[in-house]
Design a protein around this ligand. Sequence first.
Ligand SMILES: Cc1cc2nc3c(=O)[nH]c(=O)nc-3n(C[C@H](O)[C@H](O)[C@H](O)COP(=O)(O)OP(=O)(O)OC[C@H]3O[C@@H](n4cnc5c(N)ncnc54)[C@H](O)[C@@H]3O)c2cc1C
Length: 421
Amino acid sequence: MASSERAPTKVIIVGCGVAGPVLACFLKFKGYTPVVYERIVRDSEGGLSLMLQANGLRVLALIPGLLDQLPGVVEDHMEFCSTVPGHEDQLGVYTYKTSSDTARINMEDLINIPGIGIRRHDFLHLLSETALQAGVEIHYERKVVDVHQHADSVEVKFEDGTTDTASFVIGCDGIHSNTRVSLFGKEEASYTGLTQLGGFSPAPKSWKHKNTMINFFGEESHMISYQVGPNLNSWAITRREAEHKETWRAVDDSMLQELRKRDPVSEWGFGAGELLQTAHKMIKYGLYDRPELKTWYKGRVVLLGDAAHPTSPHLGQGANQALEDIYHLVRVLMKYNPSAGDPSTEVLKNAFEEYEDIRLPRTSALVKQAHEVGDKMRVISGVDACLARNESVRATWANPEIGLRNLARARSGPFEGKSEI
Ligand SMILES: Cc1cc2nc3c(=O)[nH]c(=O)nc-3n(C[C@H](O)[C@H](O)[C@H](O)COP(=O)(O)OP(=O)(O)OC[C@H]3O[C@@H](n4cnc5c(N)ncnc54)[C@H](O)[C@@H]3O)c2cc1C
């Protein structure tokens, strides 16, 4: 077939979470035919919320019109409180002057605001809708169980025994990635010793500033809350506890009532207790580490997002790093395969190698940093250690430039100025 009549190159994307539909949009724009397979039904209610930060938002801004439709809340205010018994105090506060209207978000604002708080369900709905409108095929309730490589194609096998074939495959199938297992074998997840209890609640009545990201530093526990909708806050409490399964399922109603009344955080001040007492949904999950991969690809299959670099959530960078991955993977595919034709394994090797050379060191550093924030800032034992931590938070936010500089480290990617994709 002459190149002008060439059939578009089919790419299978495994997973339609955050990364899958965004990657599919970019590949479609660049001339590929992405086909997305997702294990569960469309619009499932799993999980709670995400904080989109400057780096992730920069990538989303490259999809025309997407930022204007984000059903989230621009957080322009941060507060830091101590809930250590006998030492309750406000440790810091910072307000950035920006519009609270996501439709008018200014790109310069992005680095200086906590981000956009958004319900995961609403975000995923928008992303899949955007991909469908761009002409991407998405198949729900198709669980990929295995991946077989041939000389110039990859066959993907589904739970129901059927298969599909494409030129190459990108595993965006998250923390329990079967694509990763197919490439590198099964591995043990190790429990970090920390759990999170998260929920949705109305904003506490006493709060004057609603678009707030607020951190409560207690003894042996930490709580973060941010607004995700009109009078809707999403929060998560981290603490050291016995192992708890890693699911994103909501607790049942009797457990919800029990936690609202008896969880020690329900006694906390500054509105934290009220968040717990008024919650209408809660989920609880253990936080796990996985061995760090030394490479993210094999032959014609590559990993992206949580499938490549699962992280504990303490920097709020899971979704944002997945979006950075997309930017660089699409950029290197354009560099080594500018025609979007059917690439040789050698061409893919060049692209995948450059992608992981850029991304692996950065995500590895952030995974370590997130782990440390959990262990050394958020969940610490002993009043003296807690008070030292509180003083460090107070000193940082006494000069907001220091605090913002710290935050900017994670959020400064994936490009400055003009995008290359
Ligand atoms: C149900 C759920 C709820 C979550 N809730 C939160 C939350 O409240 N807060 C937070 O910070 N992070 C949450 N996360 C994690 C967060 O979404 C990711 O860290 C981040 O968005 C990275 O994006 P990703 O696309 O790599 O992974 P994900 O967004 O996790 O997407 C992976 C997708 O792959 C699908 N999938 C998995 N296995 C297969 C398979 N074998 N075949 C086909 N499809 C498959 C999954 O169903 C999922 O839709 C949640 C993840 C999940 C799966």
